[in-house]
Design a protein around this ligand. Structure first.
Ligand SMILES: [Zn+2]
Length: 113
């Protein structure tokens, strides 16, 4: 995933939302970047600092949340935490895992003025 493209699409999304709400300024953006999403939060923050110049989020505070990975194990039927895709089940060491959380990349909330 290219962080610059992601930052630009998040800004576009925020701009659209603000326009729909009739807001002139965006004070804060809360973005969720799952730990399994292959997005580097530091790179995203850096890309955001450049991409937002001249946009309604130019002065907004950026908060990045990183929900941990979670998967369902088809072998022992437990829901287990995982750090990355392809990790074995920490309970039974099986490898048949269905990722349930941690891949999200989304604009979770924003504060507008
Ligand atoms: Zn298991």
């Amino acid at each position: 995933m290219h962080e610059v493209a992601l930052a630009e699409s998040l800004i576009d999304l925020a701009r659209g939302e603000a326009e729909r709400a009739g807001a002139s300024r965006i004070d804060k953006l809360i973005i969720e970047i799952g730990t399994l999403s292959h997005v580097d939060p530091h790179a995203l923050r850096f890309a955001f600092e450049t991409a937002r110049l001249g946009s309604p989020v130019e002065t907004a505070e950026l908060e990045i949340e990183e929900p941990p990975g979670k998967a369902y194990c088809m072998t022992c039927e437990a829901v287990v935490p995982i750090e990355k895709r392809g990790d074995p089940c920490p309970v039974c060491h099986g490898s048949r895992l269905l990722v349930q959380a941690g891949e999200e990349m989304k604009l979770k909330a924003m504060e507008i003025a």
